[in-house]
Design a protein around this ligand. Structure first.
Ligand SMILES: Cc1ncc(COP(=O)(O)OP(=O)(O)O)c(N)n1
Ligand SMILES: Cc1ncsc1CCOP(=O)(O)O
Length: 552
């Protein structure tokens, strides 16, 4: 051990470097790279030598301990108790098939740090019983550094969050590991938070630092992102709230001149593009993965509508790049309950990127939360704002029952808890639309039954939310709000989502009143006209809004 301590050392887990000499770029020495990484902000080191003989491992460990001691950075040894003891390191990191923790504890000094790899919640429960100091949760993503190809080894951000739930109320620290880079770190940190706010204590990385020709800069990037994220009060959202103007008017969107990129289905492309233009936005229908990096650099909103589920690569790239550029991502998991494939795709997407808003009807939200109590909303036998065509896609428990509700016994609790779980805003569409950021719930009661008689009304609702969220983020950025590196979307996304819903539902009421509207065929063009005619005053005068703020 570096020194004998009566108490456990306080360890900063935030930027945890796991070494990998085989990944060093040509011409870069191991100790040189390590020193630069420490200067860049690495707070903890693990010496991981998978191919070295014992004598070589020991030599590397001793050199590492010597260097790190002078920088006051603790050193752990991967797998090997004997090397930890001989090199006087600060502790060990053990895998599931390494020496059992109680045995390692009995061999190591009492103040030694012991970490344990956990891939499942059961692993975490055992690690708590074994009184480890920290757990390494993962793999989050695939990685070339270690073979994680066996089924169940890649857990995604959602898997990490699941394991974090088990840690609540314990003093056991946690880091995530596996494929983490400065480009996805913010998404990992935002997504890996439990509903009560329990978050990661750090992230462990190998290649993002070790394989870099400038490890100092790589470590600095990771450290900056971690620190700015950690500076945001726990339990807060993945977006900033600036208390912006209540119902962002259409002409403000026009002024913001933002681009709303749609990955949407072929049925609704034209009407969604027209609706976007009518609201003042600028649409682009762009499904190819290769164009998402360029598109994400243009301010605005990103709508990912599951209708194009065949474009998985595009959707993965779209959300990832939008997160990277802090653009709001609106996810519309159309028909998610219809097939296992769609459910798996949604799982994968939500692991790879962080949505700002999830928008769905009762069946879709029910499928996301795997609820049994979903009942399709119908008024007088007519499906309401949620697309009628979607409703045929999933067998529902209460099929045929006319319901004026939203499909859930307690829709407010559903949106609130899904928003907390997925760390985003949830819009549950229906006769009454419910919108929550995890604490506030907004109920909106505008809309017209004719929306249920045209295809793609729900998709247009997603478009409206994306347009208003995109505009709001552009405006917030222009005002210099939320510029801190720790937020994933700037601006008041709760208000923007509500404004998007109001725009479409109020426009539907106005369109239905027109003398030239005789049914669904004449209603659709009138709806586009009404969207274009909307003024802030109209929205404010017609909005039927109730707000319920949860007292924590
Ligand atoms: C912080 C951290 N987490 C997980 C691991 C993986 O350890 P293990 O399961 O023992 O696998 P190997 O590293 O031995 O291949 C880790 N090393 N560090
Ligand atoms: C050691 C380990 N355990 C799970 S993934 C992993 C490797 C992580 O390496 P990288 O940060 O390069 O993806």
């Amino acid at each position: 051990m570096t020194q004998v301590r009566a108490e456990k050392p306080v360890v900063d887990y935030s930027v945890y470097l796991v070494t990998g000499r085989d990944l060093l770029p040509p011409g870069k020495g191991y100790l040189e790279s390590l020193k630069e990484a420490i200067e860049g902000g690495v707070t903890l080191i693990q010496v991981r030598e998978k191919n070295a003989e014992t004598s070589e491992f020991l030599e590397i460990a001793q050199q590492t301990v010597e260097l790190c001691r002078s920088h006051k950075v603790p050193v752990l040894i991967n797998d090997r108790i004997d090397i930890a003891l001989a090199s006087r390191a600060d502790g060990v990191h053990l895998g599931q098939t390494d020496m059992p923790v109680p045995m390692a504890r009995s061999l190591l000094p009492p103040n030694a740090i012991i970490g344990m790899t956990c891939t499942t919640s059961e692993h975490v429960r055992q690690a708590i019983l074994d009184q480890v100091d920290y757990v390494g949760l993962g793999a989050v993503y695939g990685t070339a550094t270690k073979d994680v190809s066996a089924p169940g080894k890649i857990r995604g951000v959602k898997g990490v969050r699941e394991m974090l739930n088990v840690l609540e109320g314990t003093g056991v620290k946690s880091v995530a590991i596996g494929g983490i880079k400065s480009t996805n770190l913010l998404r990992v940190l935002h997504g890996a938070v439990t509903p009560t706010g329990h978050a990661l204590d750090g992230v462990a990385v190998v290649s993002d630092i070790v394989a870099s020709s400038n490890p100092r800069a790589s470590a600095e990037r990771l450290s900056l992102i971690f620190r700015s994220w950690a500076a945001i009060p726990r339990g807060s959202k993945s977006f900033s709230v600036d208390g912006a103007d209540a119902y962002l008017p259409a002409n403000v969107i026009k002024a913001a001149a933002d681009l709303v990129a749609h990955l949407t289905n072929n049925v609704v492309k034209t009407q969604s593009a027209n609706a976007t233009i009518a609201m003042g936005g600028s649409p682009i229908m762009a499904a190819a993965a290769q164009e998402q990096a360029d598109l994400a650099r243009i301010p605005g909103g990103m709508l990912i509508n599951f209708g194009t589920v065949e474009e998985m690569d595009g959707m993965l790239a779209a959300g990832f790049n939008a997160n990277l550029n802090r653009k709001p991502v609106i996810f519309d998991p159309v028909g998610i309950g219809a097939t296992t494939y769609r459910q798996n795709c949604a799982e994968e997407l939500l692991s790879k990127w962080q949505p700002t808003v999830i928008k769905g009807n009762a069946a879709e939200i029910g499928a996301l939360i795997q609820s049994e109590e979903v009942d399709f909303p119908r008024i007088d036998g007519v499906y309401t704002i949620t697309d009628a065509h979607r409703c045929t896609q999933r067998k529902v428990k209460s099929q045929g029952v006319d319901s004026l509700g939203s499909g859930f016994k307690d829709p407010e609790a559903v949106v609130r808890s899904l928003a907390q779980k997925e760390r985003c805003i949830v819009v549950l569409s229906g006769p009454i639309d419910y919108i929550s950021d995890g604490s506030t719930v907004i109920r909106l009661s505008n809309g017209h039954p004719l929306l249920g008689q045209i295809t793609g009304a729900g998709c247009m609702l997603g478009t409206a939310v994306a347009t208003f969220c995109g505009a709001q983020s552009v405006l917030a950025e222009r005002k210099g709000l939320g510029a801190a590196d720790g937020v994933l979307a700037r601006g008041d996304m709760l208000t923007a989502a509500a404004a998007g819903v109001l725009a479409l539902t109020i426009a539907s009421e106005n369109a239905a009143q027109r003398g030239d509207v005789h049914g669904p065929g004449t209603f659709l063009p009138a709806l586009i006209d009404s969207l274009a005619d909307l003024t802030p005053e109209t929205i404010q005068n017609m909005a039927k809004v109730e707000v319920d703020v949860e007292n924590k």
